[in-house]
Write a protein that binds this ligand. Structure first.
Ligand code: PGA
Length: 249
């Protein structure tokens, strides 16, 4: 059985003081959860988040990591920097990074492998655009993105990653993939992992992301292939995020 994982991607929202306030609101709302809960604030808020999360089961993730240990890479953060702040997870390959910041399958792979080598768990995002879905390319797009993201990983490494299927047309649009669409595409991704790594595919947790909210989380989470959610907009509202975390209550 895969333990579900619900992660909040705060994107470029919240200052350090707002981070402290949101976590203070969130902490009493999250208890007895049947899933791993992660929040991913902006880099400059990780210190505040790490302090505010003390004594909580909520775990900390970052939104980016570079593959080099240190050096002349203006604007980037290293695995050592994240680890010193109790960060355990890092989102890699989000479509907004691919779309606006020239992230490629190659850099996604480098970031993911550096994260794993440092003992961080990458949450690797894949997903098709609306044009790709409408032209019947969803399966080939997500399969190729998955294969390229995992290139060079051992079976043991692959078993510990988290994947997130995020159809680009569902992100921030209020337009959610139906639970069947999400389940089918996640099954395709898992099949790709199975072809590459055999039984490790049964251990890899694959989230759905894209306009997941309290109102649709229960139905999405009930699907056989969906092992969690990557939540954007609803993750910066304490009551909404807590309701999603308690999708089964
Ligand atoms: P959304 O974002 O929940 O606001 O659609 C999801 C994501 O981009 O991770």
């Amino acid at each position: 059985m895969r333990r579900p994982i619900i992660a909040g991607n705060w994107k470029m929202n919240m200052t350090p003081s707002q981070t402290r306030r949101l976590i203070a609101e969130l902490k009493p709302l999250i208890s007895d959860e049947d899933c791993d809960v992660v929040i991913c604030p902006p880099s400059c808020c990780l210190q505040a988040a790490a302090e505010a999360l003390e004594g909580s089961s909520i775990r900390l993730g970052a939104q980016n990591v570079h593959w080099e240990k240190s050096g002349a890479f203006t604007g980037e953060v290293s695995t050592d920097m994240l680890k010193e702040l109790n960060v355990e997870f890092v989102i890699v390959g989000h479509s907004e990074r691919r779309q606006y910041f020239a992230e490629t399958d190659i850099t996604v792979n480098k970031r993911a492998r550096a994260a794993i080598a440092a003992g961080l768990t990458p949450i690797i995002c894949v997903g098709e655009s609306l044009a790709e879905r409408e032209s019947g390319k969803t399966e080939s797009v997500v399969s190729l993105q998955t294969e390229k993201a995992l290139e060079g990983m051992t079976k043991q490494e692959a078993a510990h990653i988290v994947l997130a299927y995020e159809p680009i047309w569902a992100i921030g649009t209020g337009r959610t993939a139906t639970s069947d669409q999400a389940n089918e595409t996640i099954a395709v991704i898992r099949e790709k992992v199975r072809r590459l790594y055999g039984s490790a595919a049964d251990d890899v947790r694959i989230q759905y992301g894209g306009s997941m909210k309290p109102g649709n989380a229960t139905e999405l989470m009930a699907m056989s292939e969906i092992d969690g959610g990557l939540i954007g907009g609803a993750s910066i509202k304490a009551s909404d995020f807590a309701a999603i975390v308690h999708y089964n209550k």
